[in-house]
Design a protein around this ligand. Structure first.
Ligand SMILES: Nc1ncnc2c1ncn2[C@@H]1O[C@H](COP(=O)(O)OP(=O)(O)OP(=O)(O)O)[C@@H](O)[C@H]1O
Ligand SMILES: [Mg+2]
Length: 259
């Protein structure tokens, strides 16, 4: 099942600090949506509000509406743990479980979901997920070694493998290629293309070429000034954003005339 996400009048707070203000946008099912904008404008905050990871920070909360396939994500009847299972996340900083092997890291999500798998099935999930994340060749001979023993870029791909191993309906990726070389970056972009046939993907990226290559829609976030809340400047089809955006600030940011 693919998922669409409708955000309306969303304000996102850390305690008293309003980090992101007044966001309205729609993430279409089975599409890739990119969030771009300068550091600190609230892209990661925005992303975490889409699977209820924001509220795990003490004092953090949202106001406004997030509807997933017409159902309110923040309704009191919704179990945030179930939400995070269906709406997976790759974090900006790779966060493999430090005490777990590479193998167990890939399966960590499946095990949290208390899915019991036979060894052969588990082996299959591990191999397929690592192959899709372009990590298999590098780790296949040391699956029992700690995930923390990998390089930064390998850890990033391990976390991508972990996120896709559970086959979430929506995948939120926060700068998934920030530590990757061009070959792995290209493999992850191929993976995103492949996944969007079935899943809905939101990706945060500082790489304009990547946003243009992988996404169908793009949202540009910005800050009026330091300490001010971030806001969505423009949300449009990626083709339009990168050729003929409606907003002059979008044009300036995308073409590098910004600051
Ligand atoms: N845990 C937190 N507690 C308090 N404030 C936070 C927290 N995380 C982020 N912020 C603040 O919220 C604002 C948005 O931060 P966020 O990390 O979402 O930006 P970003 O657009 O993802 O930046 P970057 O491109 O550097 O990753 C910033 O002012 C940041 O300092
Ligand atoms: Mg961020």
């Amino acid at each position: 099942m693919a998922r669409s996400i409708d955000v309306s009048d969303l304000d996102i707070y850390y305690g008293d600090f309003l980090a992101v203000q007044g966001v309205n946008l729609t993430v279409r099912a089975r599409s890739v949506t990119a969030f771009i904008g300068p550091s600190g404008c609230g892209k990661s905050t925005m992303l975490r509000s889409l699977n209820r990871m924001h509220e795990v920070i003490p004092g953090a909360r949202v106001e406004g509406k997030v509807m997933v396939d017409g159902q309110s994500l923040y309704d009191p009847s919704i179990d945030p743990v179930a939400v995070r299972r269906q709406i997976g996340m790759v974090f900006q900083r790779p966060n493999p479980f430090p005490t777990m092997s590479i193998y167990d890291n890939v399966l960590a999500g499946n095990r949290l979901n208390s899915r019991r798998m036979k060894k052969a099935e588990a082996d299959d999930v591990v191999e397929r997920s690592l192959r899709r994340a372009n990590l298999w060749a590098e780790v296949k001979d040391r699956l029992g070694r700690p995930g923390m023993g990998l390089s930064g870029g390998q850890q990033q791909r391990l976390c991508i493998a972990r996120a896709i191993a559970v086959e979430p309906q929506v995948l939120l990726m926060d700068e998934p290629c920030s530590a990757l070389d061009p070959i792995s970056t290209s493999a992850i972009e191929d993976l995103i293309h492949e996944l969007k046939a079935d899943y809905t993907i939101v990706i945060v990226t500082h790489n304009m070429q990547q946003a243009a290559r992988v996404s169908d829609d793009t949202g540009f976030f910005n800050l009026k000034a330091a300490g001010q809340p971030g806001h969505l400047v423009e949300f449009n089809a990626t083709r339009k954003m990168f050729s003929n955006p409606d907003n002059a600030a979008t044009e300036a940011y995308i073409s590098g005339r910004f600051g």
